[in-house]
Every structure is written in structure tokens, then in C-alpha cells.
Design a binder for this molecule. Structure first.
Ligand code: DPM
Length: 360
């Protein structure tokens, strides 16, 4: 009897279709909404499966008074969750892809990248400026963002405005905007606002002409232990091929530039008729110096998958059922664009940005 019981328990432990899958998430309302949406997709695909959501705070959630770029740690929003994954306390983590570093710690991989929602940034105005745009806000209005990427690009395009750091989760920021007189508007990712159900607060969507987005913005990634083949098999159906290839190109670009949350780097990607287009740019902190370029590559997502090799970990992502040739083409596109910008002096712009930021 005891022996049977033991065998049954072991089978349950090993078979993801029978065990309870523990899903790690940050504690914010947005993180919960994102995690719930991924769990709902998995439940729809595997109705017999049980899930448990495990919420925790990360360094990025705890340090609220310092600009992100100044905290100086790479895995701000991911480290505590990854420790839990490593210790086997959770089986999956749902992240905003843009918060996931382009190099993951050994032993982890992104097993799924879900279909991207709107990747653009949005402007939320203080009630007394509803109906305005960044163009029509009064001279010297203060706009809140702690993203160097947003501040640099918008400073360049809207020199009549001032940009100031604002921290905290989405709920906190909206409250700061509405209840204090400090900010005339704040900039947030449209996807986050949409997921929170706050579309009605969006006063302006910033198209890439005005503000290119962050690498991975608007997409969710599911991180798993790289050796957990059962779970990789389970989540890989969530991969959206177009989002995946765009994000591989974007992440390869950022990784090759060695950018991050700490310097102003932004992208814009599109897929059309089997061509993947990648525009990438770098800015000095005040946006006075910048460069951007576009390149394209053909990627064929309909080609037969050319079999799983053992190191398919492109920019930390595992997608065995998507043609490897297409993934490599996307990665090479990112690297080529980074090389093009570097050959034109992008390193100097980024280096000045880094030094200035450290001196602040
Ligand atoms: C990263 C940045 C920000 C977040 C930097 C950037 C914005 C920080 C700020 C890497 N992560 O975008 O240049 O404005 O102070 C974050 C948000 C989302 C994921 C919120 C937001 C939701 C959208 C998504 C924070 N991470 O950007 O408004 O899933 O892409």
C-alpha cells in the first residue's frame, strides 16, 4: 500500500498534466491581471489542470523613491521570482517581457511569448488638461515618467515640456497625477492601461514617429526552468509566432547594444509579407543627440520546423516548434542593426548617457 501511494505521488509530481502548477507573479494589480490572463489561456487549453498563483514583491516594487535607472540592478522586477523558480517553489513566472533582461541567469528560459497587445506609449492627462495633447500642453508643463527612453525621445520632440521622474505602480502613479498639482500628464505603456481597464484615461497614443517603444513592450513572457521539459511542452503553444520573431529581433538588438533600462534605447518592429522590419534608435539623455536606422530580413514562419537543436536559446527564448531558420533570421536582424548603429557611433551616445546618469 505504502509503496503504491509513493509511486502515485511520484507520478503526480512528474506529470504536469496531473500536478498543481504554481505560477509566480509580482504583487501589483497589473501583474495579477497579466498572470490571470495567461493562466486562463492555459486552463482553456488544458481543462484538467490545476493552478495556484503565488504572489511576491520584488526589489523594483519595494524601492519606490528612486528612479529605476538609478537603482542600478539589472533584474529589478525578476530576481525574487527567479529565486523561487530555482528553489522549485513555483513552476512558471509570468512577466512583462520588457522587464526581462536579454540575458537570463543560467537554468532559466522564456518558454512562451504571448500575442503582443498595443506596444505604444500613452499619455494620461491631469483632469484639468483633459482634451490636450503633448503638443498643446502649456509651456513648461511637467510630464511624469521615470523611463529615460521616454524622457529622451519626448524631450527631443516636445522641447517646451519638462520631464520629471514618477515612481510606483500604475495605481500609485494615477493617484499622484490626479491628487497632486505637480504633473500635467504622465506617460505609461498603453498595454498596461488597457489591461487595467483604464482606456478611458488615455488622452493620446504616441505612435513611433513621436516615441518608439521599449524592447518587448506590450508582450507577456512565461519563464520556466530550462530543464523542465514537461512544462516547456505545456506552455509552448502560447507562443505567438509574429510576436516571438519581433521580440527576438528586438532583444537581440538590445543585447548587442548592451542597453537596458539604464540607457535610452527604443525600437519599432513590423511584419509584412514575410518581411520583418526593425527600427532601432539610441538617444542621449536629453535627446539632443540621437540616431536611428531601419533594416529588414525575410523570415518564413510557415517553413517546416527544422528540428530542435539543443541550444535554441536565442536571447533566452525556447520555441522548438517555430522554424529555427526564422528565429535565427530575426536574431541576426537585431545583431546587424546594432552593428550598424555601433559603426555610426551609437556607443559614444550611450556611453555619455551612462556617465551622465551615474553622475546624477
Ligand atoms: C521598463 C521600463 C518601464 C517598466 C522602462 C521603459 C517604465 C518605467 C517608468 C523596462 N519597465 O519603458 O523605458 O515609466 O517609470 C513596466 C510597465 C509595463 C511593464 C509599465 C509602463 C506594462 C506594459 C508592458 C515598467 N513594465 O511601462 O507603463 O507589459 O509592456
Amino acid at each position: 500500500m505504502a509503496g503504491n501511494g509513493h509511486t502515485a505521488a511520484t507520478t503526480e509530481d512528474n506529470n504536469p498534466k496531473m500536478r498543481v502548477i504554481r505560477v509566480g507573479t509580482r504583487k501589483s494589480q497589473l501583474a495579477h491581471i497579466q498572470t490571470d490572463s495567461v493562466v486562463a489561456s492555459l486552463k482553456a487549453l488544458y481543462p484538467g489542470l490545476q493552478f495556484e498563483i503565488v504572489a511576491m514583491s520584488t526589489t523594483g516594487d519595494k524601492i519606490l523613491d528612486t528612479a529605476l535607472s538609478k537603482i542600478g540592478e539589472k533584474s529589478l522586477f525578476t530576481k525574487e521570482l527567479e529565486l523561487a523558480l530555482e528553489r522549485n517553489e513555483v513552476d512558471l513566472i509570468v512577466h512583462s517581457l520588457k522587464d526581462l533582461p536579454t540575458v537570463l541567469p543560467p537554468g532559466f528560459t522564456i518558454g512562451a511569448i504571448c500575442k503582443r497587445e498595443i506596444p505604444y506609449d500613452a499619455v494620461v492627462f491631469h483632469p484639468k488638461f483633459v482634451g490636450k495633447t503633448l503638443e498643446t500642453l502649456p509651456e513648461r508643463s511637467v510630464v511624469g515618467t521615470s523611463s529615460l527612453r521616454r524622457a529622451a525621445q519626448l524631450h527631443q520632440k516636445f522641447p517646451h515640456l519638462e520631464f520629471k521622474s514618477i515612481r510606483g505602480n500604475l495605481n500609485t502613479r494615477l493617484r499622484k497625477l490626479d491628487e497632486q498639482q505637480e504633473f500635467s500628464a504622465i506617460i505609461l505603456a498603453a498595454a498596461g492601461l488597457q489591461r487595467m481597464g483604464w482606456q478611458s484615461r488615455v488622452g493620446q497614443i504616441l505612435d513611433p514617429e513621436k516615441c518608439m517603444y521599449a524592447v518587448g513592450q506590450g508582450a507577456l513572457g512565461v519563464e520556466v526552468r530550462a530543464k523542465d521539459q514537461d512544462l516547456l511542452d505545456l506552455v509552448e503553444v502560447l507562443h505567438d509566432p509574429e510576436t516571438l520573431l519581433r521580440c527576438i529581433a528586438e532583444r537581440a538588438f538590445l543585447r548587442h547594444l548592451e542597453g537596458g533600462c539604464s540607457v535610452p534605447v527604443a525600437v519599432h518592429t513590423a511584419m509584412k509579407d514575410g518581411q520583418l522590419y526593425l527600427t532601432g534608435g539610441v538617444w542621449s539623455l536629453d535627446g539632443s543627440d540621437s540616431m536611428q536606422e531601419t533594416m529588414q530580413a525575410s523570415v518564413d514562419v510557415t517553413a517546416q520546423s527544422d528540428g530542435a537543436e539543443d541550444d535554441p536559446q536565442l536571447v533566452g527564448i525556447t520555441a522548438r516548434h517555430i522554424p529555427r531558420g526564422a528565429q535565427l533570421a530575426a536574431e541576426n536582424l537585431g545583431i546587424s542593426l546594432a552593428n550598424l548603429l555601433l559603426s555610426k557611433g551609437a556607443k559614444d551616445i550611450l556611453e555619455v548617457a551612462r556617465q551622465l546618469k551615474e553622475a546624477q
